[in-house]
Design a protein around this ligand. Structure first.
Ligand SMILES: C[S@@+](CC[C@H](N)C(=O)[O-])C[C@H]1O[C@@H](n2cnc3c(N)ncnc32)[C@H](O)[C@@H]1O
Length: 173
């Protein structure tokens, strides 16, 4: 399933739009429609976009071609097929808590408490960053953010209150 850009996508995109990424190498993890990778490329970055879902990758690749953007697309479960060395890694992950078996889980289910996939991502992400690299990550107040804060101490750099949740863009490293 291709995730249709929503408030979470736009919040993360708004952080990238203010940046000059000229000469930077960026990873757009969980590219979905490709909205984040295209924002990175528009800001001057060399971009690798990854997703576990081949349908999403096909869609994102077509959109990049239409816009004349040179982005590398990689099918990968988190960092499985990714090579190291990024200045910036951005991920709007599936972040909602929920049990298995409800369908379309890759786009919404972050695990039992919502943060399990994010914690797996963060355990590995630092090894794929350059020394001064940074991670931008979307998270939701509906997930167990305590676990995330305890282990990784992220900085909240942007937030948006919706009627049923608050969305955050977290910065790490
Ligand atoms: C909430 S969507 C975000 C899509 C897009 N980046 C955006 O902001 O609109 C999450 C994306 O992560 C992908 N994803 C889920 N689990 C993944 C994994 N283990 N490795 C890579 N991508 C994954 C999904 O297929 C989906 O495209």
């Amino acid at each position: 399933m291709v995730y249709k850009p929503a408030e979470d996508s736009l919040l993360l995109k708004s952080v990238l739009e203010g940046r000059n990424l000229e000469g930077k190498t960026c990873l757009d993890m969980g590219t979905g429609s490709g909205i984040i990778g295209r924002a990175m490329a528009d800001s001057g970055a060399e971009v690798v976009s990854a997703d576990i879902d081949p349908e999403a990758l096909e869609h994102a690749e077509r959109k990049a071609e239409e816009e004349g953007l040179d982005i590398e697309f990689v099918e990968s479960d988190l960092f499985e097929n990714i090579e190291s060395g990024f200045d910036l890694i951005a991920f709007n992950p599936p972040y909602l808590p929920g049990r298995k078996g409800l369908g379309e889980e890759n786009v919404w289910r972050g695990g039992e408490t919502g943060v399990e996939l994010t914690l797996n991502f963060l355990d590995t992400a630092e090894y794929y960053l350059k020394e001064d690299g940074e991670i931008l990550l979307v998270a939701s107040s509906l997930a167990d953010l305590e676990r995330l804060h305890e282990k990784f101490d992220p900085e909240i750099i942007r937030e948006k209150e919706l009627w049923f949740e608050t969305l955050y863009v977290l910065k790490l490293k």
